[in-house]
Design a protein. Structure first.
Length: 279
């Protein structure tokens, strides 16, 4: 199965988002307010399979995309009224402060430093730093990485954290992107890849890797993904929180998790409670 453009599960998510537009407020005055064929600009990643990915045909797929589409529906926007904007990690705060986007759903972990610059709705997913290993790998705990080659992307602290706190004899390998790390794992050039389990699961779910890898399930950190909103825009935060609660209660959240991460055997945490940050 190709990394889905529209699976049955995600089609259900989109259908619910469209149906929900009738509940959206007609009083929003922000850029891309509801109704009238106006647009809403939403920040996502373009290069993370299973989370936020721009497909070759120009469509978008992933869990963050499904969450954002559902939320937009609750705010009164149909899928065709959404303008997706690429927001790389280093530019997320600036994009919100400049007003380039209304909100961001892009593996955006909530932390105290970021909360000084932006507001967050959610969290909508509790992820953990983990390892992706080959299906037949004997690595079962962090210390098994001693003497092994561990990959992460340049500038990431994930591999260094493992090296400093768990496996000081691990050999760190850095590549420019996670796709290069996954390819190195496939070829045997490295023994494990580390970052958030949701990101690893998304890459592993790609058709070309399906069935080759597994998550170690080590839960090396807690990453509370939130929806970023411009600082001080409490009205939008409240609306998004209400949308996220409805997404969980009507079953759309779990369908989106299964559709995007299921092929990698991702064992997700239960949907987090709004405002509940797991340290």
């Amino acid at each position: 199965m190709k990394l889905r453009k529209v699976t049955a599960a995600s089609a259900a998510v989109l259908a619910l988002a469209v149906a929900a537009t009738a509940c959206g407020s007609d009083n929003d005055k922000d850029s891309g307010s509801s109704g009238g064929g106006k647009k809403i600009k939403i920040g996502i990643k373009y290069d993370q399979p299973g989370l936020g990915l721009k497909e070759p045909d120009g469509s978008f797929s992933g869990f963050d995309v499904d969450v954002a589409t559902y939320v937009a529906g609750q705010l009164g926007y149909k899928p065709g009224q959404i303008e997706w904007v690429e927001t790389k990690s280093a530019d997320r705060e600036n994009a919100l402060q400049r007003g380039d986007v209304k909100f961001i759903a892009a593996t955006y972990s909530i932390n105290d430093e970021r909360k000084q610059k932006v507001d967050f709705a959610g969290p909508y997913l509790l992820a953990h730093q983990d390892l992706l290993i080959k299906k037949d790998s004997t690595i079962s705990k962090g210390t098994d990485l001693n003497g092994k080659k561990l990959c992460s992307v340049t500038g990431s602290t994930s591999a260094q954290n493992v090296h400093d706190t768990i496996a000081p004899k691990a050999q760190l390998k850095e590549y420019s992107g996670y796709s290069e790390c996954i390819a190195a794992l496939q070829s045997g050039a490295v023994d494990a890849v580390t970052t958030d389990d949701s990101i690893l699961a998304g890459f592993a779910a790609q058709d070309k890797y399906k069935g080759q890898f597994k998550l170690a399930g080590l839960k090396l950190s807690n990453e509370n993904y939130g929806v970023g909103v411009k600082k001080g825009d409490t009205a939008t935060v409240d609306k998004i929180n209400a949308a996220l609660e409805k997404m969980v209660s009507d079953g759309s959240w779990q369908k989106a998790v299964d559709a995007n991460f299921g092929p990698a055997g991702y064992k997700n945490e239960p949907a987090p409670k709004i405002g509940q940050i797991v340290k």
